[in-house]
Design a protein around this ligand. Sequence first.
Ligand code: KIV
Length: 243
Amino acid sequence: MITAYDALFASIFDPYVDMILVGDSLNMSFSGKPDTLSAEMDQMIYHTQAVCRKVKRSFVLFDMPFGTYINDQIALENAVRVYRETEADAIKLEGGKEKAKLIRHLSDNAIAVFGHIGLKPQSVRSEGGYAIKGKTEPEKAEIIENAMALEEAGAVALIIEGVKPDVAQEVTRRVSIPTIGIGAGPDCDGQVLVWSDMLGFFDEFMPKFVKQYMDGGTLVREAVQRYASEVKSGLFPDENHSY
Ligand code: KIV
């Protein structure tokens, strides 16, 4: 799984991945906001529509923004809107066993739900930062309990973020639904990364779990610099690029 927020990159990624997440991380990497909390339904719907327009084969996952699933009714209204206005296959929401009843309500109404446990970026302000989870035995037990409660409630898969590898391994062993890790070690069933992190476009900070598969920022800076200097020096446009 990889994130995508627009038609252009979704079409580039689509042949090589199984799933595309339209993550609320776009609020940080593309809107320049300090966290994901101000992402809105309209914004996520717009980006998901763009992604779905060019995806031919990947499963598309819609990330429910902060505040859009605060109770059963609001969550269902917003999830129905996702299915009506986009072609997303499922929605994702953050939370543990306290969200089990809500997930059951959505599942009972034909919404496919991915849970998101461990480090929950939408809790950044209430928790005072992004801390790795599962470092102590009680924390580990709580994450496992959350995972099992979400499966029991009807979640179709789990994103596990920012946990010690042994926690993700144990969750993956205990649940029968797929687990997809990010900063969760090698033992989940699948893996997700934010595309602008893994391709080196977002370099404001780089979490340890991100592997950069290219240095996109440097490549683009060099190309744009060359373009600007060729225009200024008169090298471009030349005869080959004129009618
Ligand atoms: O918004 C996002 O990109 C995510 C990933 C970090 C899993 O939720």
